[in-house]
Design a protein around this ligand. Structure first.
Ligand SMILES: *Cc1c(COP(=O)(O)O)cnc(C)c1O
Length: 679
């Protein structure tokens, strides 16, 4: 969990200024008797906050479809709904992850432009050399694209483990001329064993220039031993545990008891060890990482100030310091509120670059030392925007709002009470009647549990209770202010939208750490979304749902959605939802709960004529996921075949049925793990 909800409200309120006019509580949804035909795309923009989190990549066109402008402000745009329809015509099924490679290019360009601007503005006497932390999204097409797009900026890679090091060594081009400083960096973080260090050091013979960052004291002796053995001079960094603490979910990545990095006494031990071997000149980099998604700029500033001092001290001790690596943490505004709430950030990329450059420059001038090459390991800020997950709604479950009509002769007192309550609800007593209705319902259940109420009577009582809630909700939504005790009403009455998706596979952080992602329909945005719903996924797990949504103030517990069946159009028109900013961490964190596998993935690049499907990575088939848990599809099929033969012999199944069963079984093995349209 991130910051407690109440804290969030105050944090956000402090940061809000003019935008308060558009304050929307769950109740004040501007449907104050407004005719649904007057709904505009501007209303949809505001409701889903698409400008807040989506600019400059996502917006809504006149047709009421979400559009994607993968090159930001300078390039054409695609109609996301039409793109999905076109992909489905190519038999690419939902759920579908669409990656826009041009967005990756734009993010790298932006990050470098921000640092270039800051360096010019503050007259900073050195350069910026960013690296992409591979752990953020390791897929080959992404890492390769990033290395390609990053070339003009000498953008490098960061490895946090041995497998990631192996990716980096094979993907980054060897350095032609290490003297001119015009090459991408390769930063080696994470726990290291002998093989890790050996591989990194020997790769220098191939023209790589890995910087080995010491995170554990034991690594120093290993590095010294291996470099002596091969007579290769290493380039070494140290990761410092800062005392400046991060805040939010990953706040514990820093501080004295953090999992990673060296305390100040340990850093001094490293310096002494290196000095004793006349290798202090190998120590060239200082690294820190105070956590991901840092939502407050003041936290970043504090950390940089502390790190800049440590850097200066290391120079004083005689290390040949060249690089200051500020790690990750550059946030993404998932809820578009521009606040220091955990799903947001109260600064932009330019503020971030400015603060780093200005702080380091000042610290170096004070000490009269050479300013370092500035390194950042921004993963989330580069990768998040480029992926969109598209999924379809399979059906809905709504709470009935009409009271049972039949008034029988001798209705139980509790039912008569509920009926009277229902009839008496009005604008003046809606709060009071809500409590009455709730209490009568509780009583009805007690009566049932003691055997005084039949199942039929209980059903009536529940229907009347929901009818009361529905009627009260109608009134509450029209009020400017909604009493606290009615806040759960939207939740009680929310529709359940069943979606073709596994939260565990596709949005792991939404399940595990309550991360918020913007979710909205990608079409019908000229139509007022009159329903309020939560999303339930395909798994048989009660955690497999999404019931927290972005909002300007606080988190919403229901999402505005359209009636599943579009009354204006044919009955089988699909309803597509998009989950946005999915490119960082979600894919690799996803798991196979209930054996829902990887989704289909397409990479789209734009060109002057439109777009092109650069890659298609097919999602797992059932036979593949069964393989992950050691079932052999052939064996399973053979087993079923034998059993059908036996059933045939015993006359328990007809030949036609047995063939259909085998055909379905065999075909399913080759199918996508998600639900398919019936052909
Ligand atoms: C995870 C991690 C990053 C990436 O952080 P983001 O917040 O995604 O930019 C950078 N450096 C280190 C050491 C990390 O562990």
């Amino acid at each position: 969990m991130g910051a407690p909800i109440k804290a969030k409200i105050t944090q956000k309120a402090e940061n809000l200024n003019s935008s308060l006019q558009e304050k929307s509580t769950e109740f004040g949804q501007r449907d104050n008797g407004v005719n649904p035909n007057s709904w505009t795309i501007e209303d949809s923009e505001k409701l889903y906050r698409i400008q807040g989190w989506g600019e400059p990549y996502f917006s809504i066109n006149a047709a009421g479809h979400v559009t994607v402008s993968p090159k930001g402000d300078h390039g054409g745009s695609l109609d996301l709904y039409q793109l999905v329809e076109a992909l489905r015509r190519r038999n690419i099924e939902l759920p579908l992850l669409i990656r826009f490679s041009d967005i990756l290019a734009d993010r790298i360009e932006r990050l470098n432009a921000c640092f270039a601007k800051a360096i010019a503005r503050y007259n900073y006497p050195n350069v910026y050399r960013g690296v992409y932390p591979i752990k953020c999204n390791q897929h080959r097409h992404i890492v390769e694209s990033l290395v390609r797009y990053g070339k003009p900026y000498h953008f490098g890679l960061e490895a946090g483990s041995k497998p990631e090091l192996m990716i980096a060594l094979a993907t980054l081009e060897p350095v032609a001329n290490p003297q001119n400083n015009q090459f991408p960096l390769l930063i080696c973080n994470g726990y290291k064993d002998q093989e890790y260090i050996e591989t990194a050091l020997l790769a220098t013979r191939l023209g790589q220039r890995p910087i080995i960052v010491i995170e554990q004291l034991e690594e120093v002796d290993l590095i010294l031993k291996i470099s002596r053995q091969f007579e290769i001079k290493p380039i070494v960094g140290v990761r410092a545990k800062l005392s400046s603490k991060g805040i939010g979910r990953w706040g514990n990545s820093a501080g004295d008891r953090a999992k990673f990095g060296l305390t100040i006494p340990e850093i001094l031990t490293v310096v002494n060890r290196l000095e004793a071997c006349q290798m202090l000149d190998c120590l060239q980099l200082l690294h820190f990482h105070i956590g991901s998604q840092i939502s407050s700029i003041s936290v970043i500033k504090d950390a940089i100030r502390e790190a800049a001092q440590i850097y200066g001290e290391l120079v004083k001790l005689g290390a040949h310091m060249q690089y200051l690596d500020v790690g990750g943490g550059l946030g993404v505004d998932y809820d578009g509120s521009k606040t220091n709430f955990y799903a947001s950030k109260n600064y932009n990329m330019q503020n971030y670059a400015n603060d780093i450059v200005a702080e380091v420059k000042e610290a170096c001038e004070e000490r009269n030392i050479t300013a370092p090459v500035l390194v950042s390991e921004s993963g989330r800020a580069i990768a998040a925007h480029h992926s969109v997950l598209i999924f379809d709604v399979l059906g809905t479950n709504e709470v009935p709002r009409t009271p049972p009509i039949a008034v029988e002769e001798k209705e139980h007192l509790i039912i008569r009470n509920l009926r009277e309550t229902y009839n008496s609800i009005n604008e003046d007593n809606y709060q009071e009647t809500f409590h009455d209705a709730a209490q009568f319902k509780e009583e009805a259940i007690s009566l049932f549990n003691f055997g005084y109420l039949s199942l039929k009577e209980r059903s009536k009582a529940e229907q009347l209770y929901w009818a009361c809630c529905g009627k009260i909700l109608e009134i509450a939504r029209k009020q400017e202010y909604v009493p606290d005790d009615l806040e759960d009403l939207e939740k009680i009455m929310a529709s359940i939208y069943y979606v073709n998706l596994s939260v565990f596979q596709s949005a792991a952080d939404a399940w595990a750490i309550d991360q918020l992602f913007p979710i909205m329909p990608i079409h019908r945005l000229t139509e007022e979304p009159t329903q309020r719903g939560i999303l339930a996924d395909l798994t048989c797990d009660s955690d497999g749902k999404i019931d927290k949504f972005i909002d300007l103030t606080d988190v919403k517990s229901v999402l505005e959605l359209h009636p599943f069946k579009n009354p204006d159009r044919s009955d089988n028109e699909p309803y597509y939802l998009g989950m946005f900013l999915m490119g960082a961490y979600q894919e690799i964190m996803g798991n196979l709960h209930n054996l829902f596998g990887d989704t289909n993935v397409v990479h789209i690049t734009t060109n002057p004529k439109g777009y092109q499907i650069e890659y298609l990575v097919k999602g797992d088939t059932i036979s593949e996921v069964l393989g992950y848990v050691q079932y052999n599809a052939e064996d399973l099929l053979e087993n079923i075949r034998r059993r059908t033969e036996q059933a045939l012999q015993d006359n328990r199944i007809t030949l036609e049925e047995s063939q259909l069963l085998l055909q379905d079984y065999e075909r399913s093995l080759r199918r996508y793990t998600y639900l398919m349209d019936n052909d």
